[in-house]
Design a protein around this ligand. Structure first.
Ligand code: UDX
Length: 437
């Protein structure tokens, strides 16, 4: 392989990118400022739950192609291409994204650079960040160093991180020179036939914001239809199915329920509107605030539906909550709709017992006052209502009779429209769901 790669930041995106680039045959050096994280990665332990990733990590640690460090000096000496994969979280109390970790990476790396290299941003950023960082890189790199910036947004989904990285739908390259384009085309050549869009910095940054805005809008669209269905007595799951036969609409991201959460969609649409405001284009994205509000209203509606199922009050009532992660196959609880609902019910006097196949430890650490169980059946034991809030396969596969044998009352509220209503009603359950009669 002609290039040696580094990955700066070993969170979700960075750990995946580093392991997958090594899997493609590159020598890769991953860096993080968190010593304990690096120690764990060196032992082949992932800090996150992501199907298939640990195997890729271990295989490439064993082959020697993948190594980890905390030293920027080592990274600067090693790498031809440096991928920047640090987070851009929402600023406290604001809609805007905090890009200070990106600045910190450029400030830490640039002074050590002593050879020709390409620094490639992968994080989701407010448009204009790449241009600013490109100037900073040139200003801080020692005179005579040929260091250049490029922007290459990442579209991976949690739960599908390895698959999305090794078989991406498309690759977007924001570049300022033919040299940068050639290097990145070479790096991604082992992926085979993938559409590549070569563009400028602002367009590359915007593609990512626009993609997440579109997905969030699609989810909120169907959840807005759920609100209307609730008012009119319609069934949003049938409505969604009927819409999905139209190729122009498509069925993906049209599952009505508790709405979107996680570390990306909510904060990215907020950051996008904040940046548009700064650019004087806020009016163009005004609808995204509504998208955000529709999404948050679903959480409130879920709490209301659960209260109705219990006759109007949670006070002293035993509620089983199935799911804490923001989506299945993940242990990520950032902005999780499921945990929001669980916490609200506990605040209103409900005795919540929660179970999640992967996110239990994270949920317990963030909300120690909630009750926890080691299985779905244990959580449901003695419950007066069961709430399905994250559609893990093992919850969808639950047998209504098995669950019915342990609960105090056969009441279930399906926050993800994941269960078959007829089956559950047939087994004597009071089945309720968002957007359905
Ligand atoms: C998202 C984007 O999909 C990805 O391209 C980007 O890189 C990061 O943000 P991710 O946050 O991992 O990925 O999750 P995703 O699978 O997109 O789901 C986001 C949320 O939407 C979840 O809470 C999910 O439960 C919810 N969702 C998704 C729905 O409520 N309905 C749907 O139809 C689809």
């Amino acid at each position: 392989m002609p290039y040696r790669l580094t990955v700066l930041g070993t969170g979700y995106l960075g750990a995946t990118h580093a392991a997958c680039m090594a899997e493609l045959g590159f020598e890769v050096l991953g860096l993080d400022v968190d010593e304990s994280k690096i120690e764990r990665l060196r032992r082949g332990e992932l800090p996150i739950h992501e199907p298939g990733l640990e195997e890729v990590l271990r295989r490439n640690l064993d082959s020697g192609r993948l190594r980890f460090t905390t030293s920027y000096e080592e990274v600067a000496k090693f790498g031809d291409v440096h991928f920047v994969c640090v987070g851009t979280p929402q600023k406290k109390g604001e809609r805007a994204a905090d890009v200070s970790y990106l600045d910190a990476v450029v400030e830490s790396l640039a002074p050590h650079l002593d050879r020709e290299c390409l620094v490639v941003g992968k994080s989701t950023v407010p448009v204009g960040t790449a241009e600013r960082l490109a100037e900073k890189l040139v200003r801080l790199a020692p005179a005579g160093t040929q260091a250049e910036l490029a922007w290459n947004p990442e579209f991976l989904r949690e739960g599908f991180a390895v698959q999305d990285t090794l078989k991406p739908d498309r690759i977007v390259l924001g570049v300022a020179s033919e040299r940068a384009e050639k290097i990145l085309r070479d790096v991604y050549a082992p992926l085979g036939e993938v559409p590549i869009v070569v563009t400028d910095f602002p367009t590359a940054e915007l593609v990512k914001s626009a993609a997440n805005a579109f997905l969030a809008t699609k989810i909120s669209f169907i959840n807005a239809m759920a609100e209307v269905c609730e008012a009119a007595g319609g069934d949003v799951t049938q409505l969604s199915a009927a819409l999905s036969y139209d190729d122009r609409i498509g069925g993906r991201y049209l599952n009505p329920g508790l709405g979107f959460g996680g570390g990306c969609l909510p904060k990215d649409i907020r950051a996008f509107t904040a940046r548009a405001d700064e650019l004087g284009a806020g009016h163009a994205l005004a609808f995204l605030r509504e998208v955000d509000e529709i999404n948050l209203r679903r959480r409130a509606r879920m709490v209301g539906l659960a209260a109705e199922a219990l006759g109007g009050s949670f006070d002293g009532r035993r509620v089983a909550v199935l799911g804490a992660a923001f989506k299945p196959d993940s242990d990520d609880i950032r902005d999780s709709p499921a945990l929001y609902v669980a916490v609200k019910i506990a605040e209103q006097g409900g005795l919540v017992t929660l179970y999640d196949p992967a996110a239990l430890a994270n949920a317990r650490a963030a909300h120690p006052h909630l009750g926890y169980a080691g299985s779905a059946l244990e959580a449901a034991s003695g419950a007066e209502a069961v709430l399905l809030l994250t559609e893990w396969r093992e919850f969808v596969a639950l047998d209504p009779e098995d669950l019915g044998a342990v609960v105090a009352a056969r009441v279930i509220v399906d926050g993800r429209n994941a269960l078959d209503a007829e089956t559950w009603r047939g087994a004597g359950w009071d089945y309720r769901a968002l957007g359905r009669p």
